[in-house]
Design a protein around this ligand. Structure first.
Ligand code: FAD
Length: 398
């Protein structure tokens, strides 16, 4: 008989840890908890695992961020991704074929130079390259031809690349199951109970569960879960759209990103081009994709690759992004409600962070201590004016 990837269970009346959200963050946290011996863990997913951003993202993984705190954190995640297939015994199809961020003006070049310097100081492989080198890496790109925004330089990050997002989610879910934890789909959390300022239970569409530790891992829906315990977080939810073309003969052996043109592209192992842009500029929970996005994205993409003019787009879609003011996540325990933890604020860039945030959140829960790499991302930073400003490195760069 074929073995199922993960089993179905009756809901128990008590768990040591309840994780809300079956995306990469919820599942990775549960996986590393079970590895650390905390096995009475349930991941509660209102729909199906991967329904959220984890099944809708464009799967770019990289660590060439801007701040020392961000670089250290994302570098840990890339390292965990490099071992993940072996760790989970599941092929996650991680292809580290390199990542290029283009600069089209002098300010852009200065920003990328700053990033390259900080990356190198932190031991991350990233450097500024000239138009000649860019053309060598991506011969089909319009580097020297006529264009509105000339390409002056790029930040080249060889360890960056793409991964198969579904495989990561499924692999982690299987890992949770094999480690002794439980994954519950179609189980929506409808309320959280507190007693004396501490979490004591969650209400779900399948019944009430007692617990003293709840993790909010719901990305675009994070604010709705925080409302259940009267916590305000500085997060705005915006749709983010992407699209995929028909398969083409392989020609693009790097992820190409331009924040001036607000677009990025990679080619999958099946030959399709996966393209995206910046978040929609309105706040919404809508999962509809729009013609406006498609037109804008195509216009900008044709600046870089004019020969794609007759290529068909097969599919477009949208997901929700929980954007923080500094474009960095919020991880850790709420200062106001004991036992209420968050791994949210993952915006347009959180898929790459799943392994590191899962590992650090699991350490935080299992040991009660805040790991140093996690500390800069606590909620209190917004009240202490200690922001981790990643907008220059995080926006369209995913
Ligand atoms: C189009 C697009 C492209 C992107 N590209 C990239 C990229 O290239 N690289 C990158 O690193 N990141 C990218 N991202 C961002 C990335 O997808 C997210 O940051 C990441 O997936 C968030 O993961 P998560 O586990 O926190 O949340 P999600 O995967 O969104 O999971 C949250 C889950 O919570 C569930 N939920 C909500 N409310 C409840 C409730 N009350 N009870 C139970 N369950 C609930 C939802 O159903 C959902 O499944 C992109 C996002 C989009 C939309």
């Amino acid at each position: 008989m074929t073995q199922r990837m993960w089993r179905e269970h009756d809901l128990k009346s008590r768990y040591d840890v309840v994780i809300i959200g079956g995306g990469v963050h919820g599942l990775a946290t549960a996986y590393y908890l079970t590895k650390m011996g905390v096995k009475n863990v349930a991941v509660l997913e209102g729909k199906y695992i991967g329904f959220g951003g984890s099944g809708r993202n464009t799967a770019i993984v990289r660590s060439n961020y801007r701040t020392p705190e961000g670089i250290a954190f994302y570098d840990r995640s890339v390292k965990l991704y490099e071992q993940l297939a072996e760790d989970l015994n599941f092929n996650v199809m991680f292809s580290q074929h390199g990542h290029l961020t283009l600069a089209h003006n002098e300010r852009g070049v200065t920003g990328l130079r700053e990033r390259a310097n900080t990356n190198q100081l932190m031991g991350v492989n990233s450097r500024l390259i000239s138009p000649d080198e860019i053309q060598e890496l991506v011969p089909e790109m319009n580097v020297f031809g006529e264009c509105r925004f000339p390409i002056l330089a790029a930040l080249y990050h060889p360890p960056g690349g793409i991964i198969r997002h579904d495989a990561v989610v499924w692999g982690y879910a299987r890992g949770v199951d094999r480690g002794g934890g439980e994954v519950h789909q179609q189980t929506k959390v409808t309320g959280i109970e507190t007693r004396n300022g501490a979490v004591c239970a969650v209400q779900t569409t399948r019944g009430r569960i007692e617990t003293n530790t709840v993790v909010n891992a719901t990305a675009g829906y994070a604010g709705t879960i925080c409302d259940m315990v009267n916590i305000k977080i500085p997060v705005e939810t915006h749709p983010l759209q992407a699209c995929v073309t028909e398969p083409l003969k392989p020609f693009l052996n790097a992820v190409v990103v331009s924040s001036t043109l607000h677009c990025y592209v990679s080619q999958t192992d099946r030959g399709e081009l996966v393209m995206g842009a910046e978040v929609d500029d309105y706040s919404s929970y809508s999962l509809r994709s729009t013609l406006h996005f498609l037109e804008g994205n195509a216009t900008h993409m044709l600046e870089l690759f004019p020969f794609l003019a007759n290529v068909n787009v097969l599919r477009q879609w949208a997901g929700l992004c929980d954007m923080t003011p500094d474009y960095s996540p919020i991880m850790g325990e709420s200062p106001d409600v004991k036992g209420f933890l968050m791994t949210v604020g993952w915006g347009t860039y959180g898929f790459k962070a799943g392994p590191a945030s899962g590992e650090l959140m699991a350490q935080r829960i299992a040991t009660g201590k805040v790991p140093p790499t996690l500390a800069p991302f606590r909620l209190e930073r917004f009240y202490e004016n200690r922001l981790v400003g990643e907008k220059a490195a995080a926006s369209v760069s995913h």
